[in-house]
Each structure stands twice: as structure tokens, then as C-alpha cells.
Write a protein of this length. Structure first.
Length: 247
């Protein structure tokens, strides 16, 4: 079965938008007109709601058709039957768990490219596995089972194509937003006056050396004169010399 792939540019655009937004300031992820997100147009929300409702209807129909499938009665070997049963179980778990979770995320962020591409990859995987079950039903099962599952497969394929067109349209809008943000950033930078370069003066002259003060020679103190009486004391009377005669 022929498969359609989206160009790799769709992923790079989503990443590029985050880079441009990071350069010019924080930009919230687009939401349903919330205070923290970019308002989404009524046409965009209406388109998405129709696409998601179609997916939910197809999912319910597919689950019902898989339950009615009698793989154990297929005219083939047990190995092929076991593989087909495993594929059916995988599809049922996806339709009951992974798919509703992604649809809820996309309803909260209708123009989020990463979630949109996540849904596309999930539908791509469902298309492959369900296509294998349809081929088995056509080769070994009843014609009614094969026809019912083929209708489910075609419905998934139609929704997947619509989703691919939506992602391509959103990516083109994001590219324009990136270009606008880059131009605004360039203009804002050009309007900022350039600060004059600071002059750094390097003084490589050696400071004059201070003269070394000469030390004064140490003075020796004279010994105190012990012959002089101390203050407040009278000198002792002089003794008359021996041999002197009285007058």
C-alpha cells in the first residue's frame, strides 16, 4: 500500500520557531485564545474539530468491526493467525488509549505543530497495521469483514491527508512568523545606540622611589654624678685634715 510522508521541513519549521522566539523573547505556545497563548482563528478551530470528530467516529467503527472479526476461522496456518490477532490487539489498544490522549492534547493546543505531527505519525502507524489486517481478511476471511475494515482504513487515510494539509498550512504560517520575528529583532538591535568603547589607560612608568631616612646614631648616656647630693639632702660636713694646727 502506498504511503504518504510529510516533508522534513515541517519538523524543522517547528523547531525554528522556538529558536526565533527564544532570540526575541519568550513566546507562549498557541492555545485556544488563552491569556498565555496566541488566539486561534475560528476557522482553524472549526477545521480541527471536524477532523477530530471524524477520527473519533472512525475509531469507534473500527473497534466494532475488529470485535466481529473471526480470525480463528481464517483458512491459514496458526502462525499467521497469531500474528493477525496480535495486530488486532495492538490496534484496539491504540484506539482506546494513545489516540484519545493525542486528540485531547490537540484540542487544548489546536495549532501546536509538534502535537499535530504526533497525531500524523500515530495515524501513519495505524494505517500500516490496519492495512495488514485488511489484506489478511481479504485473503483468508469473509468478504463482509474485509469490506467493513477497508472502509475504516479509507476513512483513516482520508483524515490523515486532511491532517497533512493542515500541518503544511500551519508550517507555512510559522515560517512567515519566524521571518517577521527575525526582522523585528534585527530592527530592534539596529535602534539600540552603540555604547562608546571604553578607554583603558595603562601606566607603565615606575613610581619614584622614596628616600630612605637615615637613622640617628644612638647617644650614650653619661653616668650620674654620685658626688652631688640628691635634691632635699644636705651635704655632709667636711672632716678637718689631720696635722693642721688651730689658729
Amino acid at each position: 500500500m502506498k504511503r504518504n510522508f510529510l516533508p522534513a521541513i515541517l519538523i524543522s519549521v517547528s523547531l525554528g520557531l522556538g529558536v526565533a522566539a527564544g532570540q526575541s523573547g519568550p513566546v507562549a505556545s498557541p492555545g485556544v485564545g488563552g491569556a498565555q497563548g496566541t488566539p486561534v482563528s475560528y476557522a482553524s478551530v472549526t477545521q480541527l474539530n471536524g477532523l477530530l470528530s471524524q477520527l473519533e467516529t472512525t475509531s469507534k467503527g473500527t473497534q466494532a468491526d475488529l470485535v466481529k472479526l473471526r480470525i480463528e476461522k481464517w483458512k491459514t496456518d496458526n502462525g499467521y493467525k497469531k500474528q493477525a490477532l496480535g495486530n488486532v490487539d495492538s490496534i484496539q489498544r491504540n484506539l482506546q488509549g494513545a489516540l484519545p490522549e493525542i486528540l485531547g492534547q490537540l484540542r487544548n493546543a489546536p495549532e501546536d505543530l509538534s502535537i499535530s505531527f504526533k497525531l500524523y505519525r500515530n495515524l501513519d502507524a495505524l494505517y500500516d497495521v490496519l492495512g495488514s489486517v485488511v489484506e489478511g481478511a481479504g485473503a483468508f476471511g469473509s468478504k463482509d469483514d474485509m469490506q467493513s475494515l477497508a472502509n475504516d482504513l479509507n476513512s483513516f487515510e482520508g483524515t490523515r491527508k486532511q491532517l497533512a494539509e493542515r500541518i503544511e498550512s500551519l508550517s507555512s504560517a510559522k515560517e512567515q512568523q519566524i521571518t517577521r520575528l527575525q526582522e523585528e529583532l534585527k530592527t530592534a538591535r539596529a535602534e539600540i545606540p552603540a555604547a562608546p568603547p571604553k578607554k583603558i589607560v595603562v601606566d607603565d612608568t615606575e613610581p619614584p622611589k622614596k628616600p630612605v631616612a637615615k637613622k640617628k646614631p644612638a647617644t650614650t648616656k653619661k653616668p650620674a654624678d654620685t658626688t652631688k647630693p640628691a635634691a632635699g639632702q644636705t651635704a655632709p660636713p667636711q672632716q678637718p685634715q689631720q696635722g693642721s694646727k688651730p689658729q
